[in-house]
Design a protein around this ligand. Structure first.
Ligand SMILES: Cc1cc2nc3c(=O)[nH]c(=O)nc-3n(C[C@H](O)[C@H](O)[C@H](O)COP(=O)(O)OP(=O)(O)OC[C@H]3O[C@@H](n4cnc5c(N)ncnc54)[C@H](O)[C@@H]3O)c2cc1C
Ligand SMILES: Cc1cc2nc3c(=O)[nH]c(=O)nc-3n(C[C@H](O)[C@H](O)[C@H](O)COP(=O)(O)O)c2cc1C
Length: 594
């Protein structure tokens, strides 16, 4: 490393300064390095003043994140503060020593909501602490909250709202009002970062007062706005003939993209809406398909193109209903929007798309411009990466279950999975970008055993994990729990697991095919059947990973894990919960569920 640094050495930096810099850098953590890079860049551009925060009390950035968005936003915030001459440390809420909260000068919280209004796994202890009597009055603490969420969920941004309310209740001083961010969070998050940075520049009296400008559209990285057009090398059904569902294996070329990823990351896929659905919407409203409307980025496009490429028409989210009743009051919809009807609204929206709304609750005289004004921008869909770049450097693989269902007499396909199943031909391209998730990672110590629980498409990241472990020559043992409906048709990647068993890469596999016998059997039953061995692995330091269905599987597997620890460790329910909390702090229990 030293050599390559010296090769590009500017004349001003002599060897002794370089040596001092390298020696200092070696002692820093990844987060400290990041802060330093921002600070030095700020100094170079003349905008950084003396760093503050340590003497006047620390500026703390806390993220409560599950799928990684909050981590990226927190790092951007840290860089912006560094440019303004404000030193701040970024903490995963899991690692933050809560007692320090009262010593901090300011706490900036980036919190997402998961499940149905739930706190991310890594922030549960922090949330419990904040809501307990142990959290003392925090009058000298300044704070602000960025709440990440998705308005298609009824408990929109709930965790950010709750943190905000509790900090205010404890007497902390809000420096910038809570910013709620919907799925397209980049612009709102950037605005919040600028506001927070500028507010702290005032209150901490830094020597720099130059306003900071932030962009979350990450430099040269591919993003939802700027995807890589990946050639589709393979798009193949991997469920057998006669299966009750269809799952596909995709291989996409990354050649010349420069895109890098790690197992545990996902790929964002951008596809258009179904053309037939768009045409039916336009016919129902008797709108001219060529009418001009503002596209998602403000330019003028035909309403047909806008509905195909720019706006979300499946599923529909709460703000669409709010916009709808603002144009024409509608008693049924207004009732569904009331706070005590959240579950009814979720159920009502679940199987409905924009066409259902327009047919069931007609809105007379809706113009093309009003129509697109109702809608959120179209959203990419995420798919767990199913390959390792160490094993396939120029490719990324995905495992995609096709969504198909019938509702109110109409056969429907998922927007992305329907497109992949019906329109994506090998040799053509698909718009993709990397969605980083640093919260779902293999252990750094390759000797550590790994237990992977991934029924259905939840198995995808574990295919990547095993490829990575093999390519690294990792010696740690690997145990996979897989399940699906039927052995003969739904045993995804069966031959690969068998080959991995034969080569000893996979130490053991336990299978649960739910519909091969009278009573349903799921992976959590298999865990319980193996509870003695499972606990032995835990005691030997195994990391447990769970991926797949969030609605039932994740909570059932969590309950099974607690039961195993209680039974085999002879512990009370409370001690078993503490055991799992410790596993989380040690990064030995990670979940990526959807
Ligand atoms: C971090 C993450 C990782 C993921 N990884 C994977 C993965 O590896 N593989 C994978 O296949 N998926 C994965 N997903 C899910 C994926 O992102 C999409 O949500 C999924 O493929 C559906 O997208 P779609 O566009 O095809 O369906 P959409 O067009 O979004 O339709 C889905 C909607 O249709 C409705 N609906 C669906 N089924 C029914 C039904 N039976 N009855 C009535 N209404 C119904 C619901 O409103 C539902 O919200 C992941 C999600 C996340 C967040
Ligand atoms: C399984 C799942 C459940 C979610 N539940 C909610 C919810 O109840 N309320 C909400 O506002 N957002 C919800 N979201 C959206 C996330 O909060 C949003 O994607 C956020 O940007 C994620 O940030 P993170 O990556 O930092 O965790 C959910 C997302 C997923 C994948």
């Amino acid at each position: 490393m030293t050599k390559s640094v010296i090769a590009g050495l500017p004349a001003q930096l002599d060897n002794s300064k370089l040596r001092a810099l390298i020696d200092c850098a070696k002692t820093l953590t990844a987060e400290q390095l990041l802060w330093s890079s921002g600070y030095l860049a700020g100094m170079a551009s003349g905008s950084a003043g003396a760093p503050t925060g340590s003497s006047a009390g620390q500026v703390v950035i806390l993220y409560a994140s599950q799928t990684g968005n909050g981590v990226g936003v927190s790092k951007k915030l840290q860089q912006a503060l560094a440019q303004a001459g404000i030193g701040a440390e970024v903490f995963n809420a899991l690692d933050y020593r809560k007692a320090q909260l009262k010593k901090a000068a300011a706490v900036l919280i980036v919190a997402s909501t998961h499940g149905e209004g739930d706190v991310p796994d890594t922030a549960q202890e922090f949330a419990e602490f904040l809501n307990s009597n142990k959290a003392k009055v925090l009058k000298s603490l300044q704070y602000s909250v960025l709440a990440l969420g998705d308005s298609s969920y009824s408990h929109y941004c709930q965790v950010g709202r709750d943190f905000d309310a509790r900090l205010a209740e404890l007497g902390a001083q809000e420096i910038v009002p809570r910013q709620e961010c919907d799925v397209d969070y980049a612009a709102d998050a950037a605005t919040w970062i600028e506001q927070v940075t500028n507010a702290l520049q005032q209150t901490l009296e830094t020597t720099s007062s130059a306003p900071v400008v932030v962009s979350l559209a990450g430099g040269n990285d591919y993003s939802r706005g700027q995807p890589w057009q990946a050639e589709v090398l393979v798009n193949q059904v991997i469920t057998g003939r006669g299966s009750s569902k269809q799952t596909r294996h995709l291989e996409l070329s990354l050649e010349e993209s420069g895109m890098e990823f790690l197992p545990g990351d996902s790929i964002g896929v951008l596809t258009p809406n179904p053309v037939e659905l768009v045409d039916e919407i336009l016919a129902t409203l008797k709108l001219d398909p060529q009418a001009q409307v503002p596209g998602a980025s403000g330019e003028s496009v035909t309403v047909r193109d806008a509905l195909i490429k720019d706006y979300e028409i499946v599923p529909i989210a709460r703000p669409v209903i709010q916009n709808y009743v603002a144009i024409q009051p509608n008693d049924q919809l207004i009732e569904l929007l009331e706070d005590d009807h959240k579950q009814e609204l979720t159920d009502w929206l679940y199987s409905r798309d924009l066409l259902d709304l327009l047919v069931e609750q007609p809105l007379a005289g809706l113009t093309a411009e009003q129509l697109v004004g109702l809608l959120r921008p179209i959203q990419p869909r995420l798919y767990s990466i199913a390959s390792s770049q160490l094993a396939n450097s120029d490719e990324v693989h995905l495992t995609v279950a096709t969504v198909e269902y019938e509702a109110r007499g109409r056969q429907r396909s998922g927007v992305a999975t329907g497109w992949i199943a019906n329109h994506v031909v090998e040799g053509e391209t698909l718009g993709i970008y990397r969605h980083e998730n640093p919260l779902f990672r293999l252990p750094e110590d390759s000797q550590q055993p790994v237990i992977m629980i991934g029924p259905g498409t939840g198995v995808a990241p574990f295919r990547a994990f095993l490829e990575e472990r093999e390519a690294q020559g990792a010696e740690g043992r690997n145990w996979l729990f897989f399940g699906d409906r039927n052995f003969t048709t739904d045993f995804l990647y069966q031959r690969e697991w068998q080959a991995h068993l034969a080569s000893d890469l996979l130490t053991r596999i336990d299978l649960a095919f739910s519909r091969d016998q009278a009573e349903r059997i799921y992976v959590q039953q298999r865990m319980l059947e193996q509870s003695h061995e499972f606990y032995r692995w835990l005691e030997e330091g195994a990391c447990v990973y769970v991926c797949g269905d969030a609605t039932r599987m994740a909570s059932d597997v969590h309950a099974a894990l607690l039961e195993i620890i209680q039974k085999e460790g002879g512990l009370s329910a409370e001690s078993a919960a503490d055991y799992v909390s410790l596993m989380q702090r040690e990064r030995r229990y990670q979940r990526d569920v959807y």
